[in-house]
Design a protein around this ligand. Structure first.
Ligand SMILES: Nc1ncnc2c1ncn2[C@@H]1O[C@H](COP(=O)(O)OP(=O)(O)O)[C@@H](O)[C@H]1O
Ligand SMILES: Nc1ccn([C@@H]2O[C@H](COP(=O)(O)OP(=O)(O)O)[C@@H](O)[C@H]2O)c(=O)n1
Length: 226
């Protein structure tokens, strides 16, 4: 198991995956994107023509959900069975379905146990794990726990700047409504006790990575001294 666990939570578009990947690469750590599991399950459910809101059928499909993800920060590959779904899980139809499956407590405990096994099997000294409930539920004892935030307009602008066929207004509205739905299930907008907030509203990408690395260095020194 990795000696150092870095837990990072935050809302959509706050920079969790890009910043976590860059920090993991700099530290020689593994990287686990937990949102990818919820997205892959939403993809799987849609692929089987199951309505994402049909909780009973979603739960009965979990036994057939054969999920795997690479934890190399330079090459994240997401598989469901033999299908590479790395790109497909980012499609708007999957983003629109994901909150409905993620709100189900049995789904959350199912994927959380996958995350814990992945963390246990991680080969490097440390692993950066990012999502919505990592600092509070998945790894509350992590050596470093960070809430990555940025003002809503800034997050929407960053997401809209990505290559997409959708208008900025559509991207913004989808992001807002997903955050609204998700925040009814997990509080990822306020830092729990012991969680350090990094607000990237006025930081560029490199400055944000540096700020996160500083918190990791400080917290891991502190925890190793008891
Ligand atoms: N501090 C920053 N300044 C500018 N752009 C950023 C910053 N942090 C992240 N980004 C960009 O914002 C977009 C959203 O980041 P991403 O890592 O996908 O967020 P999340 O995983 O939280 O949804 C990406 O295009 C990323 O490169
Ligand atoms: N730890 C997590 C991670 C993601 N999720 C769910 O998975 C969805 C996709 O997560 P993501 O991290 O890929 O989303 P973005 O912030 O990258 O847009 C979220 O909208 C949540 O519904 C969750 O419930 N708990």
């Amino acid at each position: 198991m990795a000696d150092i666990i870095v837990a990072i939570d935050g809302p959509a578009g706050s920079g969790k995956s890009s910043v976590s990947k860059a920090a993991a690469r700099r530290l020689g750590f593994d990287y686990l994107d937990t949102g990818a599991a919820y997205r892959a399950l939403a993809w799987f459910v849609l692929d089987r023509d199951i309505a994402p809101e049909d909780t009973e059928t979603v739960l009965s499909s979990l036994g057939a959900f054969d999920y795997s993800i690479s934890i190399d920060p330079s090459e994240p590959v997401v598989m469901v069975g033999e299908t590479d779904v790395t790109d497909a899980i980012r499609e708007p139809r999957v983003s629109a379905a994901v909150s409905a499956v993620a709100r189900v407590p049995e789904v959350r405990s199912f994927v959380t146990s996958i995350f814990r096994s992945t963390m246990d099997a991680a080969p490097h000294d440390g692993i950066v794990v990012e999502g919505r409930d990592i600092t509070t539920v998945v790894a509350p004892d992590a050596e470093a726990r960070i809430l990555l935030t940025a003002d809503e307009e800034v997050r929407m602008a960053r997401r809209s700047a990505e290559l997409t066929s959708e208008s900025a207004a559509d991207v913004g509205e989808q992001l807002r409504s997903r955050d609204r739905a998700d925040s009814r299930v997990v509080d990822f907008l306020t830092a729990a006790d012991g969680v350090v907030t990094v607000d990237s509203t006025h930081l560029d990408f490199d400055q944000t990575v540096d700020a996160v690395l500083e918190v990791i260095a400080r917290e891991t020194t502190r925890t190793s001294h008891g």
